[in-house]
Design a protein around this ligand. Structure first.
Ligand SMILES: Cc1ncc(COP(=O)(O)O)c(C=O)c1O
Length: 388
């Protein structure tokens, strides 16, 4: 009997990690250099790259953006009973980093244009328990950071930017991740610059640096020891093992060397989708991503918002039948099991609910070819029309 292969028909995956330059050479150099644990020569190169290019005071590689967010939660000193403001339209780690420490995530609806937290709705969510605001730069497009930073100043709140998707993107000339007190990047294989699993914490305030190094090194002052500032290292604070192997840093550094090429490749892909799908927007069949003029995008993804959830699911099914793997996200956090246990219910955040049921993400990776894109566009257009 022939073996059943459910993926046999999928010819265009959603994501495909690419070697962009010297990744394999640097990995072998890390190994032959004799250090593949954390903070070897490639980690150091990555740190200074992030600090120089983006303008962070201090960068520390982490095992994921999730770990960077957890470090941020520890650095903000949150504790049980505190509240942290964030969108419900985000990945679970934005909330879990704080929720795991007894903090209540206080959700705010998103804007229908950028799909970022609606800055006009933040102030009314602030209480005397609020400790921080966590703006999530969806699709690498900046949240309204001027308003958010002004609110944080007024109410003395921390700002932790979830810039998982926003590496190399700017808001009013400043790189995302460097505007708040702390920023978190992701280098997961679906992101723009990758190393499989990885992230970075960007520390934009001097006073967090020493404690961040300790938290990242299992609660010890090992970083100081390696710099020769203390003669032994010991347990000084809470912490965990948040630093990645230098093998991953080697891969990542090779990607950083090609960051301008990566942006250019992704820009071309984004613009080709946009130019060829804008007819759908004109006809009122779907809406396309919106990037405010003062935001420099990193072209992290391309999505469409379809007219209904039924139509989105139907289009996704038709694409899959044609061998194209498109996906959706996020299940809004307020309607999840944990969200409901916190007292939230369907109907609380109408824009989030409407968008998340209709959003479709198209295949998007550095080496997606024009002919593949042409095929996706043709199938998509006919599917959207057929699914009316
Ligand atoms: C907004 C957001 N935050 C956090 C994360 C978690 O990133 P990582 O997989 O690097 O932990 C993701 C992952 O996609 C994300 O999209």
């Amino acid at each position: 009997m022939a073996k059943k292969n459910v993926n046999k028909k999928i010819r265009i995956p959603f994501n495909k990690p690419a070697i962009m330059g010297r990744e394999l050479f640097y990995i072998s150099s890390a190994v032959s250099g004799g250090q593949i644990s954390g903070d070897g020569k490639f980690s150091k190169r990555c740190h200074s790259f992030i600090e120089k290019r983006f303008g962070a005071k201090k960068a520390l590689l982490t095992t994921s953006c999730t770990s960077a967010l957890e470090m941020a939660a520890l650095l903000c000193g949150v504790s049980a009973g505190d509240e942290v403001i964030m969108p419900s339209f985000t990945f679970v780690s934005t909330a879990n980093a704080f929720y795991a420490r007894g903090v209540k995530p206080v959700f705010v609806d998103i804007r229908p244009d950028t799909l970022n937290i609606d800055e006009k709705k933040i102030e009314r969510a602030i209480t005397r328990r609020t400790k921080a605001i966590v703006p999530v730069h969806y699709a690498g497009v900046g949240c309204e950071m001027d308003t958010i930073m002004a609110l944080a100043g007024k109410y003395k709140l921390y700002v932790v930017e979830d810039a998982a998707q926003a590496v190399d993107a700017k808001y009013k000339g400043r790189y995302l991740g460097t505007i708040g007190d702390l920023g978190a990047f992701s280098f997961h294989e679906t992101k723009n610059c990758i190393c499989g699993e990885g992230g970075a914490l960007l520390i934009n305030k001097e006073r967090f640096i020493e404690r961040a190094e300790i938290i990242r090194e299992k609660g010890t002052n090992r970083a100081k020891f390696f710099r020769g500032e203390v003669d032994k290292y010991t347990w000084v604070d809470v912490g965990s093992s948040f630093l990645p192997s230098d093998i991953l840093a080697a891969y990542l550094y090779a990607q950083f060397e090609k960051i301008n090429d990566i942006r250019l490749k992704r820009k071309r892909i984004f613009e080709y989708y946009y130019a060829n799908l804008k007819a759908l927007q004109k006809e009122g069949l779907a809406s396309l991503p919106f990037i405010p003029g003062y935001c420099r995008a990193n072209y992290h993804m391309f999505y469409l918002i379809l007219a209904s959830g039924r139509q989105r699911d139907e289009v996704m099914r038709r694409l899959k039948d044609a061998g194209i793997y498109a996906i959706f996200h996020y299940v809004p956090l307020h309607t999840s099991k944990v969200g409901r246990s916190l007292g939230y219910k369907a109907g609380d955040f109408p824009v989030t609910e409407k968008i998340s049921s209709r959003l479709l993400r198209l295949p998007f990776y550095n080496n997606l070819s024009r002919s593949q894109q042409g095929y996706i566009i043709d199938v998509l257009k006919s599917s959207v029309r057929a699914a009316m």
